[in-house]
Design a protein around this ligand. Structure first.
Ligand SMILES: Cc1cc2nc3c(=O)[nH]c(=O)nc-3n(C[C@H](O)[C@H](O)[C@H](O)COP(=O)(O)OP(=O)(O)OC[C@H]3O[C@@H](n4cnc5c(N)ncnc54)[C@H](O)[C@@H]3O)c2cc1C
Length: 409
């Protein structure tokens, strides 16, 4: 038995003692097809409580932060160990998770562990990795998404504090977060990437307002966050002034290699569409069969590419631009799954007749576009693939001047 086999056996034993196994047919609820939750505040809290209970059990048993270096409070294990854990978790009924859990554990918890001062690590690292505290990601702004380094939220030093003003947007889970990891401009006189600093901001600070954004699929997973003269103690600055861009990039990379922290099923799957066609007696229609076959091939190609990238990561290679290919394929498969389901359903998708597993597909169709935007849009992934995989000429860069000299739009 190799060490990895022993690890798998240990993980399986722990999971068997902690969670029920997944149902044999993995059929689940035919109406649970939402890409984004559409829940009341109380239901969202209950979902978070179940997800947190599992994350705590995982932390306490030593299965959290596996790939994080030992000196940063992790287990310092190769990525192959995290992959085995994710594979084994897939066999069990892991409680459904949310974006806020993966941001807290995979992104902010790791960022504090690596870049935090000893007191910050003492106070926050364990609390975030164990989800005792929850943290959202205050990065995007109305004028800074794909071009994140163009952000305009400002933090000005005032004695022992920083005074922060600006607006953030699309902040997943902000209503339930205790802290936000914020990027703000602290020096406009240098090029845009160099003048950014990272902070941990208490979400109940005076001057901070969270306003939920109602999505077309019904729920309000993300929010606008307004900051007006919010005083943030210097003790909550993460890293050095001007180090924010480096921290943001490093933490986004942690997110990609996080050990399946809080992964959740998003929308319907190809198997759900095939089951739908069979249920509605449409699986014999040659045109439907052609669409199902196309979807199946694409979903299988996506799964194989994910596996190839995971194996390369597990073998110690960086995913690099290959991660852009899997992100693009994931968004395309999610979109196509909804399109084929809508074609199979025909008029049934237009009105809720109470028939299970039919109108519920609207939750998938209306949620899927969000994943063509989140975590880097389709166009940005194509730019990365074009420039770094295909070696095409790069985009013209006109912004290598001090931020304060950039034209305002
Ligand atoms: C589900 C979801 C969850 C999110 N959660 C968070 C969160 O928790 N915290 C947070 O900070 N942010 C979050 N975001 C925001 C997300 O990071 C941004 O929406 C994303 O980076 C795109 O930025 P934008 O919306 O400003 O669009 P823009 O950058 O303004 O893009 C608009 C359009 O222009 C295209 N475009 C832009 N630049 C280029 C280019 N150089 N070449 C070609 N085309 C281009 C884009 O592809 C897009 O089609 C979330 C978004 C979604 C959808």
């Amino acid at each position: 038995m190799t060490e990895l086999d022993q690890w798998r056996a240990r993980v399986r034993e722990w999971l068997s003692a902690t969670l029920p196994p997944k149902a044999a047919d993995d059929a689940g609820d035919p109406d649970d097809l939402a890409v984004f939750h559409n829940l009341s505040v109380a239901a969202e809290r209950a979902l978070l409580a179940r997800a947190r209970a599992y994350q705590r059990a995982k932390f306490d048993a030593g299965y959290q932060a596996l790939t994080l270096a030992r000196e940063h409070g992790g287990r310092g294990l190769p990525a192959a160990y995290a992959m085995v854990l994710a594979q084994e978790e897939a066999r069990f009924a892991v409680p459904p998770s949310t974006e806020l859990i993966s941001v807290t554990v995979g992104l902010v918890g790791s960022a504090v562990s690596v870049f935090g001062t000893p007191p910050q690590r003492e106070r926050f690292a364990r609390a975030f990795l164990r989800t005792d505290l929850l943290a959202c990601q205050l990065f995007s702004e109305p004028g800074a998404g794909s071009d994140l380094a163009a952000l305009r939220a400002r933090a000005v030093r005032d004695g022992a504090d920083w005074v922060v003003s600006g607006q953030k947007v699309w902040t997943s889970g902000a209503r339930f977060a205790d802290y936000g990891m914020l990027l703000a401009r602290t020096d406009p006189s240098v090029v845009k990437q160099a003048g950014i600093t990272a902070f941990l901001v208490p979400m109940d600070a005076d001057g901070l307002t969270v306003r939920p954004i109602r999505q077309m699929s019904g729920g309000a997973s993300f929010n606008e966050v307004f900051l007006t003269d919010v005083r943030v103690p210097d003790a909550l600055r993460l890293g050095e002034p001007g180090q924010g861009w480096e921290i943001a990039n490093a933490t986004l990379a942690f997110e990609r290699t996080a050990s399946g922290a809080g992964k959740r099923r998003k929308g319907g799957s190809v198997q759900d569409v095939i089951a739908l066609a069979r249920r509605l007696g449409r699986a014999g229609d040659p045109l439907v069969r052609q669409r199902l076959a196309d979807l199946y091939v694409r979903a299988t190609l996506h799964a194989s590419t994910v596996e190839r990238v995971a194996n390369a990561t597990a073998a110690g290679r960086r995913p690099g631009p290959a991660a852009s290919i899997t992100k693009l394929m994931a968004a395309q498969t999610l979109t196509l799954t909804g399109q084929v389901a809508a074609e199979v359903l025909g008029a049934r998708i237009a009105a809720d007749t109470g028939e299970p597993g039919t109108f519920a597909w609207t939750q998938h169709v209306l949620g899927a576009p969000g994943y063509r935007i989140a975590g880097g849009t389709d166009e940005i992934q194509r730019n990365i693939i074009g420039e770094r995989v295909l070696g095409l000429p790069g985009e013209p860069r006109v912004d290598k001047v001090p931020f304060s000299d950039l034209p305002r739009t």
